[in-house]
Design a protein around this ligand. Structure first.
Ligand SMILES: Nc1ncnc2c1ncn2[C@@H]1O[C@H](COP(=O)(O)OP(=O)(O)OP(=O)(O)O)[C@@H](O)[C@H]1O
Ligand SMILES: [Mg+2]
Length: 283
């Protein structure tokens, strides 16, 4: 069956520097796929290649069955793209930004108000894009990406730098799109976000995919890193291996009445990334 997004052996150089190497991805219809990686890993570069904004040095990709480089106006109606500096006119109001976009894609004018309402920006319709807060700007970019009722969404760090409650609202909107059957490709360096939103994730490090699977499956695979967190009545925390070797220590803490709580902690995507690459995602 044709995949909604497919990348085969994508490689890319900027000048002499290789920023993507042999990237292979296949995303099915209705899937929420997360590309995780630290700053500079190559996430935005890959989105640009998949959406036909950049020609890769090697490899090929298709979206909705069409080669990325061959995407035309009609195809773009089916694809919503949210990324920084993508298609906002700073001096135009929120309303006029969306109106201009609606005209380009032949969307009825009435949809502009609805789109602003959907993302909670109805009250800021007359505000210039340049005067928006970070959270409002993200909402406007999302409204624009949603406007054509696309089948496929590319969201480049949709909640980066946002407060938790705005991020939650954006998660809700992404879930709504998913429930309508929309395929979502998102990038993030927030592993908690990826665990919450994504059916599958790929971990990108220095331009290479080092692992990909369902978030839970990846964590299970690295379960040998399971730890025990012990909290004592004297306020101290102890971190122990989840092995037989810790039994004696725990037993003596219990006998002496020192142990207040004990938890097992399974690895999360952050730990998995650390183990695979020796570095943190959160940069
Ligand atoms: N137009 C460009 N010219 C030269 N180098 C570039 C260009 N765009 C990106 N790069 C380099 O390519 C690498 C990958 O950049 P990219 O923007 O894809 O990373 P990213 O994973 O999106 O990072 P972030 O999380 O910070 O957004 C970086 O080393 C960056 O400096
Ligand atoms: Mg980026």
């Amino acid at each position: 069956m044709t995949k909604t997004v497919e990348a085969r052996h994508i490689g890319h150089f900027f000048a002499q520097k290789q920023v993507l190497e042999d990237v292979n991805i296949a995303i099915g219809a209705g899937e929420v796929f997360g590309l995780l990686g630290p700053s500079g890993a190559g996430k935005t570069t890959l989105i640009k290649i998949l959406t036909g904004q950049l020609i890769p040095s090697s490899g090929e990709s298709t979206v909705l069955g069409t080669a990325s480089m061959g995407l035309r106006g009609e195809d773009h109606k089916q694809i919503g793209i949210m990324m920084d500096q993508f298609g906002l006119y700073e001096r135009l109001s929120c309303y006029d930004n969306l109106l201009l976009f609606a005209r380009i894609y032949g969307i009825p004018k009435e949809k502009v108000r609805l789109a602003l309402e959907k993302v909670g920006l109805a009250g800021a319709a007359g505000t210039a894009a340049s005067d928006l807060s970070k959270g409002m700007r993200s909402r406007l970019l999302l409204a624009r990406a949603f406007m054509t009722s696309p089948k496929l969404l590319f969201l480049d760090e949709p909640t980066s730098g946002l407060d938790p409650s705005t991020a939650q609202e954006i998660y809700k909107m992404i879930f709504e799109e998913k429930s309508r059957g929309v395929t979502v490709f998102l990038t993030t360096h927030n592993m908690a976000e990826a665990e919450k939103l994504c059916d599958r994730v790929a971990l990108l490090n220095e331009g290479r995919i080092v692992a990909h699977d369902e978030p839970k499956a990846l964590c299970r695979e690295f379960n040998h890193k399971k730890r025990l967190k012990v909290h004592l009545y004297n306020g101290k925390d102890i971190d122990l291996e989840h092995t037989y070797a810790s039994a004696e220590k725990i037993s003596s803490l219990l006998k002496n009445g020192d142990l207040e709580t004990i938890h097992s902690s399974e690895p999360n995507l952050e730990n998995v990334f650390m183990e695979l690459t020796g570095r943190s995602l959160a940069v």
